[in-house]
Design a protein around this ligand. Structure first.
Ligand code: GLC
Length: 474
């Protein structure tokens, strides 16, 4: 039996801002159920966590945490969620905020969190075999372990660390002035975290971790090159012997069209009639004509690496055909404006929903025939897996985890989607048109493809094994 501690800034169903929350909400469970491991997760006790969960949390202990010259309260709560022990670290000064991240003092908030994660281990009488930290918010836990705790305290000496990069774009970069004052690191630690003339927490974690992983094999290769590395390719090449890529999975119980209560009608690959109901009910809800035309969905945070610039270039061309386009998500203003205007230009064909809501996203996945995900880069991507589960066939750009999970129907043995290799609006448009033409010309064939796509196994089963192998190497 292995003892594994996950340190992360978010986990579903408690708090999430994106794919990281999905992963921390499902991978630990998959590991716990596979081998009877002792898997525990630590995350901040955000005030945003709904009271229906909070009221179940049990107080464990409290401790004052030293962070440079500060001494801050940390309350510890716990809750067993599907076989995994979650700990929630409480400090209202740091975590009673509107947002999970993006606050002016994120550096201090997450330094506190990372220190507290290590400080409370004696109180919990839990010293893990592996500390598995995720993204820059948790990077300091790996750095503190290596530079402070393992050196000064016998009990921490044997803890090995894994650091997973979910998106290399976000690195935790700060001015050197906070090295000692906020992070409580020494001048001798400076070279560990120094990169590009500032503190770079992701770089520090890459240096300090025993293993570094990312969320797909292709992304693990891509980030070794400057085109994808956001400046970190030198460091990653130096430590490439530590690096591997393991494809994420999804929680197949949470995303289950045959049981979901949030969608208009249930369906499965054996009986697809519910999917038609989902489509016509969504059309009704959005005020679109209730017609049988290919429905294309885009569900995405509106940020540039998600490939929306291509959709902006091709929007009018897509909508020239007899199709419907439903766009869900919020983000950069320029994208939002574009889609709102597009919907105004095509009132019978297009809707832009500038919001994000998980139930609504499920209603769209379950209604759509085509799911467009043209990301410029994509560490793993979960939406293409979720859309598959709901029978919305993905159209993807061949990059990162999209490339690892979706193959073109024209490939040997037949694929599970429509793909394009060059990052170009023309090539994307061509793939969207291929999908719609297939839908229009051979409805039976398209149904078969939808059923096939729904049956692809994007569970954690295989990937959980790969993580166990990684832990075993340590
Ligand atoms: C980040 C990545 C996404 C990945 C997710 C979970 O959000 O951008 O590709 O699926 O993390 O690992």
């Amino acid at each position: 039996m292995k003892k594994i501690l996950y340190v992360a800034g978010e986990a579903l169903p408690f708090a999430s801002s994106g794919g990281l929350g999905d992963v921390i909400g499902s991978l630990p469970q998959a590991l716990a159920s596979e081998e009877g491991n002792d898997i525990r997760v630590m995350m901040p006790l955000y005030s945003k966590i709904e009271s229906k969960y909070r009221k179940k949390f049990e107080f464990v202990c409290e401790k004052y945490i030293n962070l440079s010259w500060r001494r801050q309260y940390c309350g510890v709560y716990k809750y067993n969620h599907k076989g995994v022990t979650f700990y929630y670290l409480d400090n209202e000064y740091y975590f009673k905020r509107d947002k999970l991240y993006g606050e002016y003092d994120d550096a201090e908030r997450f330094a506190f969190f990372c220190r507290a994660c290590l400080e409370i281990l004696p109180e919990l009488d839990f010293f893990p075999d592996i500390l598995h930290a995720h993204d820059w918010h948790a990077a300091l836990s790996v750095i503190y372990l290596k530079r402070c705790y393992a050196v000064l305290d016998e009990r921490y000496k044997d803890i090995k660390s894994v650091f997973t990069i979910h998106n290399i774009q976000y690195q935790g970069q700060y001015d050197f002035s906070i090295l000692g004052d906020v992070f409580g690191l020494m001048d001798s630690d400076r070279e560990i975290v120094e990169y590009g003339n500032c503190i770079n927490l992701l770089k520090g974690a890459i240096v300090c971790a025993d293993k570094v992983s990312t969320v797909s094999p292709t992304y693990a290769k891509e980030i070794l090159s400057p085109k994808f590395s956001h400046g970190l390719d030198n460091v990653l090449n130096m430590f490439s012997y530590k690096l591997s890529g393991i494809l994420n999975g999804i929680d197949r119980d949470y995303y289950n069209p045959s049981k979901d209560k949030e969608i208009f009608a249930n369906f499965s690959s054996r009986n697809m009639s519910g999917k038609e109901v989902c489509k016509s009910e969504l059309q009704k809800m959005l005020g679109l004509p209730q017609r049988d035309v290919p429905m294309i969905a885009v569900i995405s945070r509106r940020v540039s690496h998600n490939g929306l610039d291509l959709v902006m270039l091709a929007g009018d061309d897509i909508l020239k055909d007899d199709v419907q386009l439903v766009v869900l998500g919020q983000g950069d203003n320029s994208y939002e404006q574009y889609f709102v205007k597009l919907a105004e230009r095509y009132p019978d064909k297009c809707r832009a929903l500038i919001t994000y809501n998980r139930d609504l996203s499920k209603q769209i996945y379950s209604a759509a025939d085509v799911f467009l995900m043209p990301s410029k880069s994509e560490p793993c991507g979960l939406a293409q897996m979720i859309s598959s589960r709901y029978g919305a066939v993905p159209v993807i750009h061949e990059t990162g985890g999209l490339y690892d999970s979706i193959k073109d129907i024209g490939c040997e043995g037949g694929g599970n989607g429509f793909t394009f290799a060059a990052y170009s609006a023309y090539d994307m448009l061509n793939s969207v048109k291929r999908a719609c033409a297939f839908y229009n010309s051979d409805r039976e064939g398209y149904r078969k493809l939808q059923k096939k796509v729904m049956l692809v196994d994007f569970s954690w089963k295989q990937s959980a094994k790969s993580y166990i192998d990684l832990y075993n190497q340590l």
